[in-house]
Design a binder for this molecule. Structure first.
Ligand SMILES: Nc1nc2c(ncn2[C@@H]2O[C@H](COP(=O)(O)OP(=O)(O)OP(=O)(O)O)[C@@H](O)[C@H]2O)c(=O)[nH]1
Ligand SMILES: [Mg+2]
Ligand SMILES: [Zn+2]
Length: 321
């Protein structure tokens, strides 16, 4: 039995944790029982569903058979999460758990497509809120520009870059605009996240031809809505440089964010918030709201304001944080 080997979780399948150690070998590990107890204890409160996640640094011991047991998990620098679906682990009204997507991330690329599937700005804004609240650098990728028969990609690019986000308008299939994304990845942990079928795996394969992530057949999405990538997976693509492909998601609700805090993650609102008449203003229909005035004045786009209202409406006020 070899002890105290440090490694990083690169993939999780059911109860198997795949840990990559320094010399590049990937070891299949299980979690030491004590972690399950921790999880059990917390179960009466809304809390995390995942004790360990992709990106976590862990210490494990290795049996002579080459199977590992995770003994400890290092503190996370940050992590990306969302509310888990109601069916999964839901205990009571409002009892939604936190699903951790990955940890210790530097760059998040929110991948979208201008068409098939349809561009969805509300989705982007929800991912932004989830990530802004944990200090991850956010970029937006608008893929499938080859299918853009209007000038829609450019308009959305303008909208988000005006707010201050980096936006990449690309075609992963035709290798347009991909290089500029690739140049940002070095020495970072980079995660690619978005709806199913937008081309996350295709983009990664275009950037790194040796990777060979599975890519879906577009006709399958419309007929069955199936996901091609089924588990998240982290790969080292250079020294200290990692990319994470994730399974597509249908919807996203940010975890642990209160109604009155949502506006803090709509960056362009911040300049106006202090001018609202009431300091309890949530910028819905209170009199003297400076955010609403800025929308009327076209300083804040209607698209963003509308998505803000939509998100407010779905925040559950009976959550226990
Ligand atoms: N026209 C066009 N099609 C693309 C482009 N990029 C990807 N696709 C197609 O979109 C479909 C879905 O691509 P995937 O890479 O599997 O999408 P994904 O985001 O990884 O999907 P999940 O793994 O289910 O989350 C495939 O048929 C790709 O060929 C693009 O730039 N243009
Ligand atoms: Mg995929
Ligand atoms: Zn206001």
């Amino acid at each position: 039995m070899e002890k105290n080997i440090r490694g990083r979780i690169v993939k999780i399948e059911s109860k198997d944790y795949y840990v990559k150690e320094e010399n590049d070998e990937i070891i299949r590990c299980s979690l030491r029982g004590k972690f399950k107890k921790t999880l059990q204890l917390k179960k009466d409160k809304l809390t995390t569903l995942d004790v360990a996640s992709i990106g976590d640094w862990v210490n494990y011991s290795l049996s002579t058979k080459g199977i590992g047991v995770i003994e400890s998990i290092e503190d996370r620098k940050n992590y990306l999460s969302r509310k888990a679906g109601k069916a999964r682990g839901s205990l009571k009204r409002g009892g939604r758990l936190e699903q951790v997507i990955a940890s210790n991330i530097d760059n998040l690329f929110i991948v979208t497509s201008i068409k098939s599937p349809k561009f969805n700005n509300r989705f982007i804004d929800r991912v932004i809120v989830s990530a802004e609240s944990c200090g991850i650098n956010i970029s937006i990728v608008i893929n499938k520009v080859d299918l853009d028969d209007g000038n829609f990609s450019a308009e959305w690019e303008q909208l988000y870059s005006n707010i201050g986000y980096k936006v990449f308008v690309i075609s992963a299939i035709e290798n347009i605009g991909v290089k500029s994304i690739k140049s940002l990845l070095q020495n970072k942990v980079n995660i690619f996240w978005g709806q199913s079928g937008v081309g996350k795996s295709t983009l990664l394969n275009t950037m790194f031809s040796h990777l060979d992530f599975e890519v879906g057949d577009i006709s399958e999405y419309s007929s069955k809505g199936t996901h091609t990538t089924v588990t998240g997976e982290m790969r080292e693509i250079g020294e200290n440089t990692y990319i994470i492909d994730t399974p597509g998601i249908k919807e996203i609700e940010p975890y642990g964010i209160k109604e009155e805090d949502v506006c803090h993650y709509y960056k362009e609102f911040l300049a106006y918030i202090q001018d609202c008449k009431f300091n309890t203003c949530i910028h819905k229909h209170e009199p003297g709201c400076a955010v609403v005035a800025a929308v009327e004045d076209k300083q804040i786009t209607y698209e963003r304001y509308e998505s803000y209202l939509n998100l407010l409406d779905t925040i559950e006020d009976d959550m226990i944080y």
